[in-house]
Design a binder for this molecule. Structure first.
Ligand code: SAH
Length: 233
């Protein structure tokens, strides 16, 4: 069974987008995941298929209408009752590797990609949407966020990454950032590859990498380091 990615959007041509290339693209072609965009505009009202209106209470921008969003969600949900409904939003819980891994273990997801100032709050309540944020900045729409989340999930699906090991040693596995990588040439512009990596001593190499990962994590992400210390105790 393929991992099912549904995108409700005003810009269905944005999908699979970057996910049609490279690792995710090959996985798409081989049927490991399936990409189904749904055009929100199909549920719009009147000749112009309007989907938005002015905010109640006044203010700048437009708000996506509850009735129109609900019609689109209900249609996709009816065919996919088991898929979680994710709404990219700067107000949401921050997307993490753990979340990507949990979603990769499930059957798929429905991403509701919003535009405008936002969406009528009643839809979020009525469908118990999971609001998920990429971080503390504002994008112009939910589509790039849905693409980023999907990318992180798809590479974890069985058969997508070349070597099964490559996932386990990456940044955030075990709350550590990754150690530095080197390849040929051994000397480049007066900079040499650390000697231990050329020693052939696998025990020493592993110890050096652990040490570097700890050093980089402590320096760059004291929050992650503290979490790791807490979780270990
Ligand atoms: N007025 C809103 C921002 C709207 S941006 C606010 O101040 O919170 C338009 C849409 O882009 C959002 O509804 C959301 O779907 C998406 N978006 C913007 N920033 C995002 C982020 N950091 N993470 C996930 N989605 C985001």
């Amino acid at each position: 069974m393929s991992w099912q990615a549904h995108y409700i959007t005003l810009f269905p041509e944005m999908f699979p987008g970057s996910l049609g290339e490279s690792l995710a693209g090959r996985a798409h072609q081989s049927g490991i995941w399936q990409c189904t965009p749904h055009n929100l505009r199909d549920h719009g009202e009147g000749k112009h298929k309007n989907v938005d209106d002015t905010p109640a209470g006044g203010g700048a921008g437009m708000v996506l209408r509850a009735d129109i969003a609900a019609a689109a969600i209900e249609q996709v949900k009816a065919q996919n009752p088991d898929l979680p409904l994710i709404m990219p939003s700067p107000r949401g819980e921050v997307f993490t590797q753990d979340m990507a891994s949990n979603l990769a273990q499930g059957p798929g997801a429905i991403f509701f990609c919003n535009r405008f100032e936002g969406i009528d709050e009643r839809v979020i309540e009525a469908f118990d949407c999971r609001e998920v944020s990429l971080g503390d900045y504002i994008l112009s729409g939910g589509e790039p966020a849905a693409l980023v989340m999907s990318d992180a999930i798809i590479r974890l699906l069985p058969g997508v990454m070349g070597s099964d090991m490559s996932g386990e040693e990456e940044s955030f596995a075990d709350d550590l950032l990754e150690y530095p990588h080197y390849t040929k040439p051994a000397s480049w512009q007066g900079r040499d590859i650390p000697e231990v990596l050329l020693s052939g001593d696998h025990g020493k190499i592993a110890a050096w990498r652990r040490e570097k990962a700890a050093e980089i994590t402590q320096k760059r992400r004291p929050d992650l380091w503290a979490k790791r210390r807490r979780d270990k105790n």
